[in-house]
Structures are given as structure tokens and as C-alpha cells.
Design a protein around this ligand. Structure first.
Ligand code: NAD
Ligand code: DAU
Length: 332
């Protein structure tokens, strides 16, 4: 089948393309990406010549371009990653988040209704649920947890999720949604916590920890997320939401200390800075439904995943050096 992947030049989308081309030799992938600051064609260089792969640079908000692409390719499945994804940027400038994450999703849904698909999969986030109290480790996000987003980013993702479910109800569009916890791994843009700390550490620059550093995130190796999405598009039930996460909660400060120690750098690089506005305290996914219905479970332990990730950044300076140099003002 032909799978249209949006945002495939970004972190998770590119890892998904690599995984799918390898795991499903019968499938063809068409990637549409605007190539914003977060999208990088060099990330896809290993697959650009693959005859089962096509790259199209386009904005998902460009209705005419997107409709033309659907007409040309007639994709059976759409896996929608394209988004503005960084919470700090959404606090600085929310506009692009509303445009891409909500309006862009609407354009794709309209194209799906017009041309027909067998599945539209919305790649969403656990952040749509807001946060959990750190002093209640017995509480987890389930698929029934009410939406209570805290940032313009998560509100825009929640808006997109609601639009997806509305198209399911109104137009009977076959859809699924996955809500995943924090990903880490190769090709993550060096503004997100883990790559930023690795790269700043390598440069002996300060490692900016927001506030106390006691905020908790639930970390998942990116390939495990890709495998979950693959299962959902093949075996997930129409109209269903699946939470994806690996019961791997860690405080930010513990992650940063682990990276410092793996790099053999002094702890004195760790610098507490002003907290993020509205900073979510704790995310924690209950992935029981994905396990029960799809047989999905994470395969990579955090210890193995973080070592692989640090190794990857050490071995792939040519990938991140231009991004890091070009975004010094953005990455603190
Ligand atoms: P990313 O920022 O690394 O990549 C986003 C990609 O989308 C980039 O290639 C960018 O060029 C492209 N894009 C942005 N606006 C576009 C537009 N208007 N038209 C076409 N392409 C556009 O993001 P990521 O971390 O890979 O996240 C991918 C998806 O997964 C997002 O929808 C995000 O909400 C979701 N998600 C991310 C995480 C995480 O930890 N990173 C966790 C759960 C869910
Ligand atoms: O939970 C899923 C979400 O995870 C995704 O939906 C988002 O797209 C993705 O960006 C990520 O959001 P976070 O805000 O959790 O990720 P980030 O890497 O920006 O920050 C992780 C934690 O580390 C958060 O508590 C803020 C903190 N932090 C982050 C940066 C960049 C710092 O303390 N210092 C930093 O410099």
C-alpha cells in the first residue's frame, strides 16, 4: 500500500520512515514536509534514492498542493506527524502552532474525505491530558482521562485530536489516534532536553535545567513508538485512541545527571534557570490498552536507549553541528 507520512523530515517521522521501509518491503512511502527549522532533508538522505520512497516539500496548510498530492498518489493510509512540536516555542509564538497543528490537520482531513483512505492516523501526545501530581505516583493517563492541555502546543494538539474525532463521527472517516509520552533517540533536533544536554555537555557549555528539575517525564525510545504506530495502522480499531508509553518515569535532573556522568563531564555544568511558564509537573502513561489490543510493549530499556542515543550524537556530529550552530540563540 501507499502510506502518506506528513512531517517525515522531523525526528519521529524520519525514524518511522526508516522503520517502515525496512519492515514492510511491500509498502511505498510518500513523505510530505514543509522543511521548517525542525525538518531536515539530510536526515532522509539514506532513503532519497529508494524507489519505494518519494519526498515532496509542501506545507500541509496548502490545500491545493495537498489535494493535488492525494490525487496523484491516492494514499491508502495517512500517518500524520507534521506539527510544530516544541513547547517553549509555543509559549514565545503560538501562531504557527495553531496554523500547522489545527488548520493543517483540517486540510489533511478534508483531503481524506474527498479522495478516500482506509485509515488516517493522528500522532498525538500525552500532553493533551495536562499533568499529574508528582505526589500521586498511583495515577496515570488513560484514554479516558479528560483533555486539559497546559500550553499553546498541547492545546493545539488537543484541538487537532478533537477535529479528527469529529471527522470520524460526521464523515465516517476511518481514524485512529495515538498519544505518546516523551520520545528520545537519533535525529532529535537539539532544542529538546536530551540532545541539548548531550551537545551542550560535549561543548562544556552550561546545562540549563528549568526550575528545580523535579518535573517528571515518561521516556520512550523512538523506535518503540514507531512500532506502536505500525501496529495501530494495521490492527488498531477504527475510531480508537491508544496511549503509548513505557512506564519509564524520570525526573529531568536525574536525566541530566545521567548524561553528565555518561559523558564524563563535571556536574558543575548543571545550571538551574528560570522555570518554563505553566510547566507540567508529571506525565505518566498507562499503556494497558495498547498491550491488550495490539500486543505492543516497549523493547528498549532506558539504560540501553540512552547509551545508544549518546553514542549516536557522538558519531553523527555532521548531522547536528549545522543545526546547533544555526540555532545558538534558540537553544539556551
Ligand atoms: P519535529 O519538530 O522533530 O518534526 C516536525 C516535522 O514537521 C518537521 O520535519 C517539520 O518540517 C514538519 N512540519 C512542520 N510544520 C509543517 C507544515 N506546516 N507542513 C508540513 N510539514 C511541517 O517533531 P517530532 O518530535 O518528530 O514530533 C512529530 C509528531 O509527534 C508531532 O505531531 C508531535 O506532536 C508528536 N509527538 C512528539 C513526541 C516527542 O517526544 N517528540 C511525543 C509524542 C508525540
Ligand atoms: O510528552 C510528549 C511531548 O514531549 C511531545 O508532545 C513534545 O512534542 C516534545 O517536545 C516533548 O515535550 P516536553 O516539553 O516534555 O520536552 P522537552 O524536551 O522540551 O522538555 C523535557 C523536560 O525538560 C521538560 O520538563 C522541560 C525540561 N527542560 C527542557 C529543556 C529544553 C529543561 O529543564 N531544560 C531545557 O533546556
Amino acid at each position: 500500500m501507499t502510506i502518506l507520512v506528513t512531517g517525515g523530515a522531523g525526528f519521529i517521522g524520519s525514524n518511522f520512515i526508516f522503520y517502515m521501509l525496512n519492515a514492510h518491503p511491500e509498502d511505498r512511502i510518500v513523505c510530505v514536509d514543509k522543511l521548517t527549522y525542525a525538518g531536515n532533508l539530510s536526515t532522509l538522505s539514506s532513503v532519497m534514492k529508494n524507489e519505494r520512497f518519494r519526498f515532496e516539500q509542501a506545507d500541509i496548510c496548502d490545500r491545493a498542493r495537498i489535494f493535488r498530492l492525494f490525487e496523484e498518489e491516492k494514499p491508502e493510509v495517512v500517518v500524520h506527524f507534521a506539527a510544530e512540536s516544541h513547547v517553549d516555542r509555543s509559549i514565545e509564538e503560538p501562531g504557527a502552532f495553531l496554523q500547522t497543528n489545527i488548520v493543517g490537520t483540517g486540510v489533511l482531513l478534508d483531503a481524506c474525505v474527498r479522495y478516500g483512505i482506509t485509515r488516517f492516523h493522528q500522532v498525538s501526545t500525552d500532553e493533551v491530558y495536562g499533568d499529574l501530581p508528582p505526589e500521586r505516583p498511583d495515577l496515570f493517563f488513560t484514554e479516558e482521562t479528560p483533555l486539559k492541555p497546559s500550553s499553546p502546543y498541547s492545546a493545539s494538539k488537543a484541538g487537532a485530536d478533537l477535529l479528527v474525532m469529529a471527522y470520524h463521527r460526521t464523515f465516517k472517516l476511518p481514524v485512529t489516534i495515538s498519544r505518546c509520552s516523551n520520545n528520545y533517540g537519533p535525529f532529535q533536533y537539539p532544542e529538546k532536553l536530551i540532545p541539548l544536554m548531550i551537545i551542550n555537555g560535549l561543548h562544556d557549555r552550561p546545562l540549563p535545567v528549568y526550575g528545580t528539575g523535579e518535573n517528571i517525564r515518561d521516556w520512550l525510545y523512538v523506535k518503540d513508538h514507531c512500532k506502536a504506530i505500525d501496529r495501530i495502522i494495521r490492527h488498531g480499531r477504527d475510531g480508537e485512541i491508544y496511549n503509548i508509553g513505557g512506564h519509564n518515569e524520570k525526573r529531568n535532573i536525574d536525566i541530566v545527571e545521567m548524561i553528565v556522568s555518561e559523558l564524563g563531564k563535571p556536574k558543575s555544568l548543571i545550571t538551574h534557570v528560570e522555570d518554563r511558564k505553566g510547566h507540567d509537573l508529571r506525565y505518566a502513561i498507562d499503556p494497558a490498552k495498547a498491550k491488550r489490543e495490539l500486543g505492543w510493549e516497549p523493547e528498549t530499556s532506558f539504560e540501553a536507549g540512552i547509551q545508544k542515543t549518546i553514542r549516536w550524537y557522538l558519531d553523527n556530529r555532521a548531522w547536528w553541528e549545522p543545526l546547533y550552530a544555526g540555532s545558538k540563540q534558540d537553544v539556551k
